[in-house]
Write a protein that binds this ligand. Structure first.
Ligand SMILES: *Cc1c(COP(=O)(O)O)cnc(C)c1O
Ligand code: SF4
Length: 339
C-alpha cells in the first residue's frame, strides 16, 4: 500500500487543487448564486481545495458541511468591530522569526505559511505569512532561542501547515531539534493528512519514526464526512511510527453546531484511534462572523455530549483569549467575558 505512494504524489495533489469558487461550484454541480459568493473575500484569501477533499462533498448540495468550510460566502463581507485581524494576539509574542512563545514550557514554530486547504474561518487569512521563515537558515534564530531556554520542553510545528514543506527540510529541522537536550516532545499541528492523505508517505514516516522525541500529531477535522478510508489509512501509518494522534475542531455555525454532528464526529474519531482534544470557540477574525456559534449553544452541546459519550471521547471546549496563560475553558462562569 505504502509502496504505491511515491513522494511526488502529494505535491501533484497540491498543484491540481481547485483555486477558484466558480470552478468549485461547477465541479459540484451547484449554481453559485445559491450561496452566493463573496468576490471581496475570495480576492483577500483565495480558494484552495484539493480534489481529494472535494471528492468527499455531496454533489449538488450548496450546504454541504465540507463545502461551507472552503467557499467564500457573502457573509465574509460583513464588517464588525468585534472581528479583527489579530484576535488572538499572536503578533505580540513572536520571540524570533516565526517563533511564538505564548505558553509555559512550549513554543510554536510557524514552519510554513502555506496550507493544503484554505478554511474560510481561519485567522490565517490575515496573518503576515509572507514573512514566515521557509527554510533552515530562516529557522536558525528560532532554534537558538529554544536552545537557550531550558524551560522549553515541547516544540509545536505549525503554520499555515508544516506538512506542506518538503521532507528533506522537515527531516533536517527535526534532526536539529533532536539535538536540543531539554526538548522532550515534538508536536505537529496539521490538516494535511485529512485533506491530502497520501502526504503521509514513507519519507514522512521515516523522519518521524527516526526522532528521539515523543511525537504528537494534532489533526484538524470538523465533520465526520472529512474522514474517508484514505484518511483512516494515513492515520494508521502515522500511528505505526509511534506517534500519538489527537484532533482539534472549531465549532462552526451550519457545519457542526448540532448535537448529532458533534457526536458522530467524536465517535468516528475514537473508533479510528484518534482522541478528541479541543473544540475551539471561533476566533473572532474579520470576515468569519457568519461562522460564529454562541458559547451558550456550545456549552449546551458539550453538556449533552458528555451524557452520550465516554469521557475520553469528549473534547475540551476552549476559547483563545489574548493575554491568557493557556487556552481558556469555556464555562458558564466565563460567559460574561465572551460574545
Ligand atoms: C494553542 C497554542 C499552543 C498550544 O496550546 P496547548 O494548550 O498546549 O495545546 C502553544 N502556543 C501557541 C502560540 C498556541 O496558540
Ligand atoms: S491554518 Fe489550518 S485552519 Fe487555517 S487555513 Fe490552514 S489548514 Fe485551514
Amino acid at each position: 500500500m505504502i509502496g504505491s505512494l511515491d513522494s511526488t504524489t502529494w505535491q501533484k495533489a497540491m498543484k491540481a487543487a481547485i483555486r477558484d469558487s466558480l470552478q468549485l461550484c461547477q465541479a459540484l454541480g451547484i449554481d453559485p448564486n445559491e450561496l452566493p459568493i463573496s468576490v471581496n473575500g475570495e480576492r483577500q484569501f483565495p480558494v484552495f481545495v484539493p480534489l481529494e477533499f472535494l471528492a468527499r462533498m455531496k454533489h449538488g448540495d450548496p450546504f454541504d458541511p465540507l463545502l461551507l468550510q472552503v467557499i467564500p460566502r457573502l457573509g465574509e463581507d460583513i464588517a464588525s468591530p468585534d472581528f479583527t485581524s489579530d484576535p488572538v494576539g499572536d503578533c505580540n509574542v513572536e520571540m524570533a522569526p516565526g517563533l511564538l512563545h505564548k505558553y509555559e514550557g512550549r513554543v510554536l514554530l510557524i514552519v510554513s505559511g502555506a496550507c493544503a486547504v484554505h478554511c474560510r474561518y481561519c485567522f490565517r487569512r490575515h496573518y503576515p505569512y509572507s514573512t514566515a521563515p521557509k527554510s533552515i537558515e530562516h529557522w536558525l534564530p528560532a532554534l537558538r532561542y529554544v536552545r537557550n531556554d531550558p524551560s522549553i520542553h515541547e516544540i509545536i510545528l505549525s503554520g499555515g501547515d508544516p506538512l506542506t514543506v518538503a521532507d528533506p527540510q522537515l527531516s533536517n529541522l527535526v534532526e536539529l531539534l533532536d539535538e536540543i537536550p531539554h526538548l522532550t516532545r515534538l508536536r505537529i499541528h496539521t490538516r494535511v493528512p485529512v485533506v491530502i492523505p497520501q502526504r503521509v508517505d514513507t519519507n514522512l514516516c521515516n523522519w518521524l519514526a527516526g526522532s528521539r522525541l515523543a511525537k504528537w500529531v494534532v489533526l484538524h477535522i470538523n465533520h465526520a464526512h472529512e474522514i474517508d478510508s484514505a484518511v483512516v489509512e494515513a492515520i494508521h501509518r502515522l500511528k505505526a511510527t509511534g506517534t500519538m494522534v489527537l484532533n482539534q475542531s472549531v465549532l462552526l455555525r451550519d457545519v457542526n453546531d448540532d448535537l448529532e454532528t458533534l457526536q458522530e464526529l467524536c465517535e468516528r474519531l475514537v473508533d479510528i484511534g484518534v482522541m478528541p482534544y479541543y473544540l475551539h470557540q471561533l476566533d473572532r477574525v474579520a470576515g468569519a462572523s457568519h461562522f460564529e456559534a454562541l458559547p451558550s449553544l456550545g456549552l449546551t452541546l458539550m453538556e449533552e455530549l458528555a451524557k452520550r459519550l465516554p469521557g475520553y471521547a469528549v473534547p475540551k471546549y476552549v476559547a483563545e483569549i489574548a493575554g491568557e496563560p493557556n487556552k481558556t475553558p469555556v464555562a458558564v462562569s466565563a460567559l460574561s467575558h465572551l460574545p
